[in-house]
Design a binder for this molecule. Structure first.
Ligand code: FCB
Length: 442
């Protein structure tokens, strides 16, 4: 259904989201190498071995892009601060040009009356730290806290909100068990360690920022609904295991101070010694919870080794990513988060959106499926709000087409089309429709 601002509670925050490596151009401004540069340079990992060296050259086109955000009519902008841009070695020396860039970004947002919603880590692991084992090394929790301190000192007085780490599942399971993202490992022990350390690092960063006086600190979790592919006890157990690994492990660690038994079944022997003594750090209190949502999966039992499940293709309409469109799963997740994990905290949808095979014709991009996707998911949000959930905002992924990780520049998630030859930006039909809706309050 179509909507305007007045269909949402007063003060509901609409936003657009991006991340550093996906748009900035990491070859610019003295940024250090990241593990994504090495991953992309290894044949077979990324479509056409594309990387983020140039990306959208947001680093050079900051003002133009900030004007696009303002022109959209949103209230907030979610961006990330690249660790490797700020600290090329991951520790020690600061790249002043990098910090100056984020200064200009934050000031540029405030000048335009937009709220800066920062994420400290959206996957740009400095290569020198990856060389030391990255998320497998327990020291990363301290290195990351030091990075959080640097950002807090430089930008903390002007940030509206901060989350330490984008999507712990992608940082760990997708990258260390499935090998689809940097560092491209397929190793159960590395996975278990990374899953635990990422949560400890999250907690330490929150404490550092809290001590530095920052407010509105949260966590951003990506969730994927899991349904059994068949009506059997085995398929239901497979879906429950998938749900535990993907969703309940991270939310459970942070909000319940415990990991689900279905995950410990497979990972406990590989967790670092003394893991169960870390929950006080992991569960450091937050001010809000952010959910990134895209799709759901169907699972069936597999006789192979743990985790004994296999994905089955589902029947629902799909996006350019091949992901099923399932707004009801977003509604279910909002409710479940509010009821089971964070009953006292405001919830934000920190990412939602779709890739579409958008083409530009005579300066126009007709992306009707994107608008329909956003409308359906905003309906799900409104349903949850009408049932009393404290949902405070919704960020669209993404402001503009960008580097979609292992898919390179092929998948287009933007409200703004980017020509990756000329880097020309062209707002799509969905952008124009949103301008209209966000401007109207009745
Ligand atoms: C999320 C990521 C984001 C983008 C979208 C499509 O998992 O946070 O960078 O890749 O998916």
């Amino acid at each position: 259904m179509s909507w305007t601002r007045s269909d949402f509670p007063h003060g509901f925050q609409f936003g657009a989201a991006t991340s550093a490596y996906q748009i900035e151009g990491h070859g610019l401004g003295g940024a250090g190498l990241t593990h994504w540069d090495s991953f992309a340079a290894t044949p077979g990992n990324v479509v056409r071995a594309e990387d983020g060296r140039r990306a959208c050259e947001h680093y050079l086109r900051l003002d133009e892009d900030l004007d696009l955000i303002k022109g959209l009519g949103v209230d907030a902008y979610r961006f990330s601060t690249s660790w490797a841009r700020v600290m090329p070695e991951g520790r020690g020396a600061l790249n002043q040009q990098g910090l100056d860039f984020y200064d200009r970004l934050v000031d540029g947002l405030l000048e335009r009356d937009l709220k800066p919603a920062a994420t400290l880590y959206h996957w740009e692991m400095p290569q020198p730290l990856a060389d030391l084992g990255g998320w497998r090394n327990p020291d990363i929790t301290h290195w990351f806290a030091d990075f959080a301190q640097v950002i807090a000192d430089r930008l903390g007085d002007r940030l509206w909100s901060v989350a330490p780490i984008n999507e712990p599942w992608c940082v760990t399971w997708l990258s260390h068990f499935e090998g689809h993202h940097a560092p491209g490992l397929r190793d159960i022990r590395a996975t278990a360690r990374a899953m635990h350390h990422v949560l400890v690092a999250h907690g330490r960063a929150i404490s550092v920022m809290r001590a530095a006086g920052l407010k509105n600190l949260g966590g951003v979790f990506n969730l994927e609904w899991a349904d059994p592919a068949q009506d059997t006890a085995e398929a239901r157990a497979a879906a429950a295991r998938y749900d535990a690994i993907y969703n309940r492990f991270f939310l459970g660690g942070v909000f319940k101070g415990a990991y689900p038994s279905e995950v410990l079944e497979g990972l406990e022997p590989h967790l670092p010694k003394g893991w169960d003594g870390d929950f006080e750090t992991i569960s450091t209190p937050l001010d809000w919870v952010g959910l990134n949502f895209y799709t759901r999966k169907l699972l069936e039992h597999s006789d192979g080794p743990w985790p004994h499940y296999r994905e089955v293709e589902g029947p629902l309409p799909k996006t350019q990513m091949g992901w099923e469109i399932c707004p009801d799963a977003l509604y279910q997740f909002i409710k479940r988060t509010a009821l089971e994990y964070a009953p006292d905290l405001p919830i934000y949808i920190t990412e939602n959106g779709m890739a579409n095979a958008d083409e530009i014709h005579a300066g126009h991009v007709d992306d009707a499926p994107r608008l329909a996707y956003l409308d359906a998911h905003l309906d799900a949000c409104r349903k949850a709000i009408s049932e009393g959930v404290d949902l405070r905002g919704y960020f669209i992924w993404s402001l503009m087409d960008n580097y979609e990780w292992s898919f390179g520049y092929e998948k287009r998630f933007g409200l703004v089309h980017v020509d990756f030859e000329t880097l020309q930006r062209t707002p799509k039909a969905s952008y124009h429709a949103l301008v209209d809706r966000l401007a109207h309050s009745g």
